[in-house]
Ligand binder design. Structure first.
Ligand code: FAD
Length: 583
């Protein structure tokens, strides 16, 4: 017979609900009680933007499992609208206030699981509490946004924050016919991407009529007097003033500027908080108190690539951590492997996905032993109708080829490639493993050399010296010549000592733009024109996307030239230039 432990869980959504259900599967004897201050448990927060946008029309579809289902199927007591107000670790009790009656009650526990999530950041700026300013975390939040839009006849929306939730909200509000502006304090949308990868995202939003304002934070909100002289009675407008002094008239403001782990209860109970601000846990999700576990958005765990302790507010890790905590509480040998920030977002027909480290996170962790390659293959073979490009960046350890991270943007097949690379990172695979990966292929799905294989081939070529890359200092110097006003970091070099920049595209392709001072010799003529090239200087070769550049590098190196490829070709160069301009 199993011991009848009393296990209490604070928070009944992603982490808490999966922990509760797993606990029951492992122990029929345990008394499991879940408390949530909200009216629902186990609801789909990830679906909320689509409920606002009317893609999900029936609110009930957002309820993955109800309190009744937990009770009837799993024998788990669920108390919604019950706020846990305190933890007494010495007495092993929690105090819970029933929000409807206002009564407080103390519950004892043998094991306690914290899954309180993370609260949307609401900066203390003037006007933040005005009507019409919303954050999105719960079903009632999304209902309030919907009601506001329809009851006030809102026509304009300001989304503050250009990350995942900001982009999803922008898309859904635009789908409802609102004129949308996205305000982002960073110099790029999707700040988790490296800057040069974010360019297609901005271009897509603008192409779909969204106004994108980068490098501008929100300073204050106010409600001016009714607009004088407007033809029809305007909806009650808000005015959003940015740090640049620009005023945006809008009818609804959505704050999507990140979340902060809910650590108040844990702090008050003396539970250790880690350096990144999340509840500190070990690999079994146990906190500094031996009877208390914590999971989800509120905790920090180890990043498998950088080794840094991080909070990662995503549903997948929260659910997996819930399972791990349940297993640990039931005495099973278990371990959470760590996080690697695998994430995906869809906006206006684009898919943006990433896994592992970005160059920015590597920089923060002080890791310099890496290279990166860019490629722009079709999501399936070019001869089959409908191939769409995937812009893919792969980051790997220079010393041994281990895959460290990948980012991809495109319309089709993006998340499939990132998922494959995510698994490779988790298993500690190298670029040679990507080159060898045996993946699905038929013309409508991929290519015999899948983009994942191609990324592996290219990185392998860099690794084994077949295709050295243009050094970063040279790329900076070329960019500086193209964008003199952003030249700060670029070392000056006189023209004769500088590497020769060789463009191997056809002349017609150069109309779109050319790198500064580049010499154009199309690849098909190169073998016959080697005499025109210097043997005492590095030659940086580029084409449109990097492939012909690679062929040229191989030809030149075998003829004794110090040739290096500009990975990703002109497409990547243009994105880098744009990112540099925006910095
Ligand atoms: P939550 O799911 O936030 O649950 C915490 C619960 O604890 C809440 O219901 C809260 O009311 C309750 N609670 C807190 N304190 C107390 C207390 N003292 N007493 C009682 N109850 C308490 N992730 C993805 O991976 N992909 C996505 O596409 C995605 N989209 C998202 C879209 C939106 C709009 C939002 C808000 C989040 C999205 N996320 C997404 C993030 C994902 O929802 C979270 O990572 C996940 O829900 C975290 O689970 P959790 O259990 O830690 O916290």
């Amino acid at each position: 017979m199993q011991e009848a432990k009393q296990i209490l869980i604070i928070g009944g959504v992603a982490g808490g609900a999966s922990c509760a259900a797993r606990l029951r599967r492992l122990s029929e004897a345990a008394r499991i009680v879940v408390f949530d201050r909200g009216p629902y448990v186990s609801f789909a927060n990830c679906g909320l933007p689509y409920y606002v946008g009317d893609v999900i029309r029936d609110e009930a579809k957002l309820l993955v499992a109800s309190a009744e289902l937990f009770r009837e199927r799993f024998g788990i007591d669920v108390h919604t609208e019950h706020d846990v107000t305190g933890i007494d670790p010495a007495a092993r009790t929690i105090t819970v206030r029933a929000l409807r009656s206002g009564e407080s009650r103390v519950y004892p526990y043998d094991a306690l699981v914290l899954s309180p999530g993370a609260a949307p950041v609401r900066p203390p700026i003037p006007g933040i509490d005005l009507d019409g300013v919303f954050s999105l975390r719960t079903i009632p939040d999304s209902r309030r946004v919907r009601d506001w839009i329809s009851s006030k006849g809102a026509r304009r929306a300001l989304v503050v924050g250009g990350g995942f939730i900001g982009l999803e909200m922008a898309e859904n509000l635009a789908n409802r016919g609102l004129a949308v502006t996205v305000l982002e304090k960073a110099a790029q949308l999707m700040p988790l991407l490296d800057p040069e990868m974010a360019l297609p995202v901005r271009e897509r939003l603008e192409a779909r009529g969204v106004t994108v304002r980068l490098g501008e934070g929100l300073l204050r909100l106010d409600r001016p007097e009714a607009e004088v002289g407007a033809e029809a009675a305007p909806p009650p407008g808000l005015r959003a003033t940015t740090e640049h002094g620009a005023a945006n008239a809008t009818d609804v403001v959505i704050l999507a500027i990140g979340v902060r782990p809910e650590t108040g209860l844990a702090r008050a109970a003396g539970i250790a908080i880690g350096p990144s601000g999340g509840i500190a846990v070990d690999e079994t999700m146990r906190t500094s108190d031996p009877h208390i576990w914590a999971v989800g958005d509120a905790v920090e765990t180890t990043d498998v690539v950088t080794g840094a302790r991080q909070v990662l507010p995503l549903a997948g890790p929260a659910s997996r951590q819930g399972r791990v905590a349940a297993e640990a509480i039931c005495g099973r040998a278990t371990q959470f492997r760590g996080i690697q920030a695998t994430a995906v977002c869809g906006a206006f027909g684009l898919t943006i996905a990433m896994t592992g480290a970005s160059e920015r996170t590597l920089g923060r962790a002080g890791i310099t032993d890496y290279d990166r390659v860019y490629l722009h293959p079709g999501h399936h073979v070019g001869y089959f109708p409908g191939a769409r490009p995937i812009h893919l960046k792969l980051i790997f350890r220079r010393s041994d080829g281990r895959v460290l991270g990948a980012q991809a943007v495109g319309e089709e097949g993006v998340e499939k490639r990132i998922d494959v690379i995510a698994m490779a990172i988790q298993l500690g695979a190298s670029v040679h493993d990507l080159a060898e990966a045996e993946l699905c292929y038929a013309p409508q799905f991929g290519a015999a050399k899948d983009p994942v294989n191609l990324a592996g081939f290219i990185a392998e070529n860099v690794q084994n010296g077949d295709m050295p890359l243009a050094p970063q200092s040279t790329i900076d110097e070329i960019q500086a010549r193209a964008v003199p006003e952003a030249a700060a970091a670029a070392p000056g070099a006189d023209a004769a000592a500088r590497p020769l920049v060789l463009d191997v595209r056809e002349p017609g392709e150069c109309v779109a733009g050319i790198l500064p001072d580049a010499l154009n010799i199309p690849l098909n003529q190169l073998r016959g024109r080697l005499a025109e090239l210097p043997r005492d200087r590095m030659i940086v070769v580029y084409c449109a996307v990097g492939q012909r550049g690679y062929y040229a590098v191989r030809m030149l190196r075998q003829n004794g030239f110090d040739a290096r490829n500009f990975s990703g070709g002109y497409q990547t160069y243009a994105a880098m230039r744009e990112a540099r301009l925006l910095k």
